[in-house]
Write a protein that binds this ligand. Structure first.
Ligand SMILES: NC(=O)c1ccc[n+]([C@@H]2O[C@H](COP(=O)([O-])OP(=O)(O)OC[C@H]3O[C@@H](n4cnc5c(N)ncnc54)[C@H](OP(=O)(O)O)[C@@H]3O)[C@@H](O)[C@H]2O)c1
Length: 336
């Protein structure tokens, strides 16, 4: 497995496994198959496992604990998000980045994960009521105390990234980046590059939309994120699936399916970018891993960009109520 740097002192597998869908957001997942998928990822050389304490309200961390039993702790890099608060029905009730909350969230995560340290710790959404300096300062305290190894950020904008990095070096920014979501290219990516911060890219298959497996008749379980996601809605989905068919044509000429091409495109965008793949099953993981062997020539890249140019997607990447929580979507002061 080839590796890529995240920040100045961390080297991770070029693909990470995002474990969210094993507990939340995309309908029911098979527990045994989820654990087998984590094992298959580790056996294939994937070292980066991404989770959040709120994915299934602790379910995802307990699942990872079970999956990692009998494995050497240092073989897996655990990237954990915190700060998103849920109610007993699974509703989203806000974000908490206060220093005391950071330490409390971490304490429970360590216990659920069955470990004495987390490799990368990050707030899922910047808490607008707490200066980022305070939230990151609390993580830095936990680094000094030995409970955390690296600071990460999630969906932060350029100004917040600079402020956070001034408090403690940031290893990576986790943010959506794919052929359909290219917003980071204008200001955020130049900022992380100037500061030497890596990107862990999520939604590289746009939540399955550009996996090549999605069809508009697909049934969605209650609570499936995609039932509310603008890009999956009537009026947008037909257009978005025509983009997938254009990609499929290019993939087929190379003897591939769509997902490896879409992931390989993200890999091609820079050595500082590590795609997180949201595979919940071993067959999906196997398909995603093929992206590591895909050679995209300049001609291939030009064809892919013509098939799916920037801004080609119909619909925003989140419902408006969720877009409002994205610090990354706020215009920074000098842009305004
Ligand atoms: N920081 C943040 O705000 C944030 C937000 C979202 C996610 N994340 C992290 O990023 C990870 C990945 O995000 P995502 O779920 O949006 O990823 P994604 O890879 O864009 O989409 C995953 C969906 O695509 C389907 N899929 C179809 N073919 C696939 C293939 N070959 N490989 C992988 N998936 C395939 C998946 O499985 P099925 O076909 O089985 O449904 C799943 O429904 C999450 O698990 C989470 O750790 C972070």
């Amino acid at each position: 497995m080839i590796t890529r740097p995240l920040g100045s002192s961390l080297q991770v597998s070029a693909l990470g496994l995002g474990c969210m869908g094993m507990s939340d957001m995309y309908g029911p997942a098979d527990r045994t198959e989820s654990i087998a998928t984590v094992h298959a990822a580790l056996d294939a050389g994937i070292t980066l496992l991404d989770t959040g304490d709120f994915y299934g309200m602790g379910h995802n961390e307990l699942l990872l604990r079970e999956a990692l039993q009998g494995r050497a702790r240092e073989k897996a890099l655990l990237s954990v998000k915190f700060g998103a608060m849920r109610d007993p029905a699974g509703g989203w009730v806000g974000f908490d980045g206060r220093p005391a909350a950071v330490k409390n969230f971490l304490t429970y995560s360590l216990r659920r994960l069955g470990t004495d340290y987390v490799d990368i710790y990050r707030i899922a959404r910047v808490d607008p009521t707490v200066p980022i300096e305070d939230t990151v300062g609390a993580i830095a305290d936990m680094i000094k105390a030995g409970y955390v190894r690296h600071v990460g950020l999630s969906e932060a904008g350029a100004e917040t990234i600079r402020r956070a990095h001034a408090v403690h070096p940031v290893a990576d920014l986790q943010i959506e980046y794919s052929l359909l979501s290219r917003g980071i290219e204008a200001e955020i990516l130049p900022t992380t590059r100037a500061l030497g911060i890596g990107i862990t890219a999520y939604g590289v298959l746009s939540r399955g939309l550009i996996s090549g497996h999605w069809n508009k008749e697909q049934a969605m379980a209650p609570g499936d994120f995609r039932a509310f996601s603008p890009r999956f809605q009537a009026g947008n989905i037909d257009h978005n699936l025509t983009l997938v068919e254009a990609l499929r044509g290019i993939a087929q000429e190379k003897g591939l399916t769509v997902a490896p091409i879409a992931i390989a495109w993200v890999l091609s965008r820079g050595q500082d970018i590590v795609p997180l793949v949201g595979a919940r099953r071993r067959d999906r993981l196997t398909e995603a891993l093929q992206s590591l062997d895909v050679q995209l020539t300049p001609d291939d890249l030009a064809r892919i960009e013509r098939a799916v140019p920037p801004g080609a997607a119909a619909g925003d990447r989140y419902h408006a109520s969720m877009m409002a929580h994205l610090d990354s979507e706020r215009r920074s002061a000098h842009q305004a």
